[in-house]
Write a protein that binds this ligand. Sequence first.
Ligand code: PMP
Ligand code: GLN
Length: 383
Amino acid sequence: LVPRLRPFTATIFAEMTALAVKHGAVNLGQGFPDTDGPAGMLEAAKNSLFGGDNQYPPGPGRPELRAAISRHRLRYGTEYDPDTEVLVTAGATEAITAALIALTEAGDEVIVVEPYYDSYAAAVAMAGAQRRVIGLVETADGRLELDLDALRAAITPRTRAVLLNSPHNPTGTVFSRAQLEAVAALCVEHDLIAVTDEVYEHLVFDDAEHIPLATLPGMRERTVSISSAGKTFNCTGWKIGWVCSTPELVAAVKAAKQFITFVSGGPLQPAVAYALDHELPWVEQLRTSLQDKRDRLSAGLADAGFGVRPSTGTYFVTADVRPLGFDDAATLAWELPERVGVAAVPVKVFTDHPDEWKHLLRFAFCKRNEVIDEAVGRLRQLV
Ligand code: PMP
Ligand code: GLN
């Protein structure tokens, strides 16, 4: 393996899921739901599978899916031409990697916010670029937000792009309009490309609102907006994602994408188109049920002695292990499946500054209530 990829040999999700299986643990590590998506979408997939749709779809994606993605994006007030400004990808993961490969090269710098989703650092490395990491900082009321001074300071003449994820995995932070406006102003001032990972766009709680960076002044023409069906429709295994951007940026991402997978998920694409057009009421129910699950797991973790942090989006809540007498959440995470039969993910593995994040564990609440309750019951045995 070439040196630049040596830090990326095993993903934490595969490792923790393997450990959970080995010990029969309740897996609150890897974020995937344990119920299916909307029946209409599954039916549409079945119809395509048995209806002869099993060959290569067109390179940019099936036209009905590109049209549905474009209609869906109108909810934020931005219009994208389905023929030139939308590209279907193998999940958001491929979209992010292809965007970085297409838009950065050796010596370029990409600003990444830690803790960051694990594929980002690997994708920057595969592109041959360098990551410049800035952190989230805690506000007086215990929320996390972008460190805008650090962002400003991280910009150099080599900075090409900012990679931003909101709603944010692993912390459940949804960035405010004011924060996003500050990011947008810096991107415009320094002529940077923004790559936005919006896979949890529908999964926001309380009064949090998902604001796509591309909707802010000066940003549509410099933002590669990325999302996917996995989290919105409980189909993480389908890996149908997409990019919305300008014709030039979409063409660039497509140039890379076409030689990575070419195409993928042909028969699933019409089903995702159906879901985007018809299943948003189902997604609203999913959102409210996830909000309840966030409350259920947060209360359970607090009861078990963890220092639970606020989460206003995604599948995840983070919790401080220090009130339980532990210092390093990673040590605990490796022991937890065997010790009490629960798997979780240490937040520090998503960072370049593990010491600053070592006390946090990430738990996924996208699980049936009885699964959450079972996990909480087991975690109570920790003390
Ligand atoms: N970005 C974030 C923040 C994620 O949590 C995930 C994973 N679920 C992805 C990207 C990957 O999305 P996909 O499965 O569509 O590739
Ligand atoms: N996105 C999911 C998570 O953060 C899992 C993705 C994966 O297994 N690669 O847990």
